[in-house]
Write a protein that binds this ligand. Sequence first.
Ligand code: OOB
Length: 527
Amino acid sequence: MSDWVPYPEDLAARYRERGYWTGETFGAFLADRAAEFADQVAVVDDRQRWTYRELDERATRMAHGFVARGIARGDRVVVQLPNVAEFFSVVFGLFRAGAVPVFALPPHRFSEISYFCSHTEAVAYVIADRFGGFDYRTLAEQVGVRQVFVLGDPGQHTALADVPVDPTGELPTVDSGDLAFLQLSGGSTGVPKLIPRIHDDYLYSVRESAEICGLGPSSVYLVALPVAHNFPMSSPGVLGALHAGSRIVLASAPSPDVAFGLIQRERVTITGVVPPVALLWLTAAATRPEDLSSLEVLQVGGAKFAEEAARRVGPELGCALQQVFGMAEGLVNYTRFDDPDDLVAISQGRPISPDDELLVVDEDDRPVEPGEVGHLLTRGPYTIRGYYRAEEHNRVAFTDGYYRTGDLVRLLPSGHLVVEGRAKDQINRGGEKVAAEEVENHLIAHPAVHDAALVAVPDSFLGERTCAFVVATAEVTGPQLRAFLRERGLAAYKIPDRVEFVDEFPHTGVGKTSRRDLRALLAAREA
Ligand code: OOB
């Protein structure tokens, strides 16, 4: 069994013929852009300002360091870094060493990280010493991966800066059809799924995204969300910025306190945020003193952006809104700058590629009438054909090469999509995805819990919050259960916002737990 499902050869050939897949690799990509944009500033964070040339040199040194430490072509390395410039030297260093970064997010804890390490058989884990009041070195000790590289004070581990360098050594040859990295899926199953992306498919989406979003050498892209997430990474994100010779500015948090100052200081032209952040910015813009006039485009995606809020962006922030409906599995949709305002306010955009194939189907996989709501299935030149090492799950998540997105959409005559809801057991907490089954499994591990069901609660700020319904067999409280989940090392955003106890679960006709009835029960309890 192979670790991941390759694109069918005939389609791969077509994607190459049409110029989508160009044979470029990430290592070469950076070298090429560094030659072109050498003295332009590539990356700015709180402490540093690197030109394209500097970034390129640092990535090469990093690559030699990793190779010297025994990291070999194809090795998986879990990377969990905050928004700092070193994210780029590390990740491009790994690319050049032929290694495969696994992109963890800063809120992930023992439960997630130990799974990423074991499932991918990672040989190393790259962290910052501390961030957001949390010591990642302690987590590294608990996880027990072979090598730990630390940015900052390494403690008992290896400092990133100390990685020995032999610049005369050879770096491995990397093929554009190789696995480039593993992204995380929001998921709907018991364990998070990992998304295998190759150089060819991802770089295609990056180039097209940069073009659609109008990036060029004078653009300044603010990274407001965690840089390793697919949205700020490639839609057009930091990779789109590097492709176009733009400047990347890293924010340590998306709050107006941090972000607005950076927009003013660095003359930021474009950024991407999730809907709750957009709402905060809309409110803050009225009273904050910072000059946001450089901002040309605010991208909003990751969760549904309410039409009312969408209509406020132009008048209140003085920039264009671009809606982005994407997924780490592949497909990304953008509203375009020449779309009419009404379309930008109500739709989540249209696909990047003429070869993105979209099906909108009913429960029996039959296409719905044009304009009707149905399940979105998709395949194309940058959408995966299967998750990493997940043969069994792939049989239900993919049909004829189509990825079953779990999203309910309506297709407009213009080719734009409107996201109408979701069929998957996932809760979208302001863009942060929570797989119901994963949290339920952790709850059921508690000795006093007989059964658990996690449901979405509508929320005016986050869109949705989580409520855990629990059937208990012994005395236990909501706070105790929440503490239990934290002790098990579950990321904070997955800890239920609310816990409700019931004697038994309502059932559907076939005897499954009825989440719809649970949501109704919650509404009734609130009333
Ligand atoms: C982005 O990626 P993921 O992998 O964290 O989550 C994908 C899911 C989609 O299947 C959909 O359920 C939801 O997030 N979603 C949206 C949305 N954008 C994503 N739902 C409604 N409206 C939107 N605009 O979230 C992601 C990846 C690349 C670019 C942008 C977002």
